[in-house]
Design a protein around this ligand. Structure first.
Ligand code: ADP
Length: 166
């Protein structure tokens, strides 16, 4: 069985991510979408929230499983019986970071491969950080994220707003 792991922060998942997930899931038997638990970042959504949103947004793709992991990506990939990492590429700005990451992983674990999917033109400007910023200032995100994420963002912003008023 050919299994691949699509890793990321997904804070939150966007339509750009979903596009990469759908296209790569079509080429493997099983795609594990794995949310990285990064101790150095203060995310907007908790790990549990990000996993739940991904599960909801990918529920119509039968061979996708959503999980989370911490530690080294290559070790997680191996623990799931996979050897292939899927990442998305937007503009040139992604290239250097992704290039370094892929080579670093290769240097510690030569059997693990990283494959890149080029974004669709309409999502080339789309990032989780851009979505978070738009939502924070009340901008429309309907065209950028799955409906469940739009709702979750509105609820989160409402709660944060109430907390700052208290
Ligand atoms: P990370 O913090 O690991 O970069 P992200 O959640 O930001 O995690 O992204 C996960 C993967 O999805 C990365 O490979 C990133 O380049 C890719 N990605 C993010 N947004 C898009 C998009 N709009 N189109 C294609 N790929 C994307």
């Amino acid at each position: 069985m050919r299994t691949a792991v699509c890793s990321g922060s997904f804070d939150p998942v966007t339509k750009g991510h979903i596009d990469i997930i759908k296209r790569s899931a079509g080429l493997v038997d099983k795609l594990i979408v794995a949310v990285f638990i990064n101790p150095n970042k203060q995310p907007l959504f908790t790990i549990e929230e990000r996993v739940a949103l991904l599960a909801e947004a990918t529920r119509d793709i039968p061979n996708v499983e959503v999980d989370s992991f911490s530690g080294l990506l290559n070790e997680y990939v191996r623990s799931r019986g996979a050897r292939l990492i899927i990442r998305g590429l937007r503009a040139f700005s992604d290239f250097e970071y992704e290039f370094q990451r892929a080579l670093l992983i290769k240097s510690i674990d030569p059997e693990i491969e990283t494959a890149f999917f080029m974004t669709r033109g309409e999502y080339s400007y789309l990032s989780s950080s851009g979505v978070r910023e738009l939502a924070r200032f009340g901008g429309k995100v309907t065209h950028l994220v799955p409906p469940c994420v739009e709702q979750a963002l509105a609820a989160k912003m409402n709660r944060l707003q109430k907390e700052t008023e208290e």
